[in-house]
Design a protein around this ligand. Sequence first.
Ligand code: B12
Ligand code: SF4
Length: 508
Amino acid sequence: MVETEKKQLLFINMEYTQNEINEPINIDVLLQCFPPNLFNRSNVTIAYRDFSEGQVVNLEDYDIVLFSTKISSFSKMQTLLDLCKGKLIIVGSILAICAGYELATIYPEIVFNTGEGETNIYDLLCAAAISRTADQFKQLIYEKNIPNVCFYYEPLKGIYYSERAVCNLETKQYPCHYKLTDVLEKAGLVRMETSRGCPWNKCSFCVMPWKFCGERWRAFTNKKIEGEIQYLIDNGANRIFFTDEDFIGNYEHISDLCSIIKRCTSACERAISFGGSTSVLTLHKLGDSLDFCLQNMYDVGITHIFIGIESGSNSQLLRYNKGVSVSMNEEIIAKLRNYGMEIDVGFIMFDADTTIEELEENLNFIQRTGLRNTVSRFAKKLRVTPHTAIYKDYVSRGLITSDLNIDELYYDYTFLDPQIELICSYINALDAHVLKESYHLQALIRSTATETEKAIAYKRLLLLRECGYLFLCDCVNCYKKNKALSKEDVHSIYSNYLCLGGISSDEH
Ligand code: B12
Ligand code: SF4
């Protein structure tokens, strides 16, 4: 029997490359599940790379290192992993969930977490506490059949995957928000969860069915939600983002949420606002109750809605398997507008099958619905992500042209229409110029900066978006006029809009 020893544990939260500070609730949620007698304040250090100024961490001091990954954090994590040789390492979150197999092949010593950490972090840490080597650690995990892990396992001479499972949200208490004060000081986003997963769960490009093992929408208890909202308000939050895939979920959930918010804000002198993501389908399914719910939401301060519209073309919506039509999209946008909601829209303009006609339908839709006057980014290319239905479809049609990009979690693919491919390549070039600036502006708009600063940022972002929109309109018009689109045509249109946006030119 190996003796239990008090090991030093370091938990590193990798950062996003954007300027925006997002409250790292993933860490808060997982700390709740640590075995308290083995890992507590005395031997656990958290390194938040988004808040890292002044924090000196010597990796030599630790026996166990945990990583929470983020998209585009891979190369930085690799540098850190090189310094962690001989330690027990567990890597979790989105890169491990989506690219577990690839990562385990590159890093045979490391244990990767392939789902919700609540399902296994307690058992993993109990095993880590009594393991002297990575091999011993892996053997214990294998013998105990701990779910949601993947790693190279020598006895199998290959990658071992344990069963993937979700946790029971109904038993969860609200987590302590350890970085709340720092987030508020840095004008970042305060975040919390009211649910996980999606009631529809069927969009062809979406990774949520994989992340949550096919489970649809699940809610936390009202007690957890109320306690957390009250705690955040009492501790200075003026704006709270529900980080759920679909914080509305269904009539009962949104009604309860509105009542909870009303109770929590009634004694508060300052205005508190709330925002979150939902879908057209969820709003549509509210049926006769939709107006009542939207009014109720607005009245209690839920005024910011992110909604995945994705397309203004019925054929494209079918490919994305959104379960909605263009007219449903239009109806819901109009409703949200009527109730004074601030809306941010998800849009996927380009996929492998996009045609010039669909491009035109999309541009007309954006104009018709007034979305042109918003700062949402429309000219986006579909990210083909592992473990999605569209990935499988593209593989079967021979459209995938690259290995998985582990850092960004996508595969490259080829377009059926070379003219769409050409237009999209120029959109990528435009993005390369403006993306950093637009992320910065977006973060400013969502922050607690002054209204004047926000207004300037908004105006500039609107101009950058407009350049993309007008570029696409000119491409479509040029195609309609000439029945073809040459590289020279597209380049000259592109150059015009670089000038309009005051964006420095390049050699595309
Ligand atoms: C909030 C959010 C953001 C925030 C970041 C907040 C943050 N600091 O994490 C912002 C707005 C910055 C963001 C940006 C982007 N995001 Co985002 N984001 C999300 C979202 C909605 C919620 C994440 C979250 O906080 N969940 C709640 C916490 C509790 O869960 P969690 O972090 O996943 O942690 C759990 C597990 O992963 C695990 N775990 C986590 N860490 C560890 C560590 C260990 C050791 C273990 C054992 C377990 C473990 O246990 C935790 C508890 O269950 C997810 C959707 C989702 N539900 O995952 C998308 C999501 C991750 N984002 C996504 C994308 C695409 C992006 C962008 C690329 C969007 C874009 N085009 O700009 C950018 C990337 C920016 C960049 N790299 O520069 C996709 C990724 C899909 C994919 N496979 O590629 C997702 C899945 C959304 C989606 N439905 O498509 N995002
Ligand atoms: S509605 Fe959103 S969360 Fe649900 S399956 Fe579609 S993209 Fe995924």
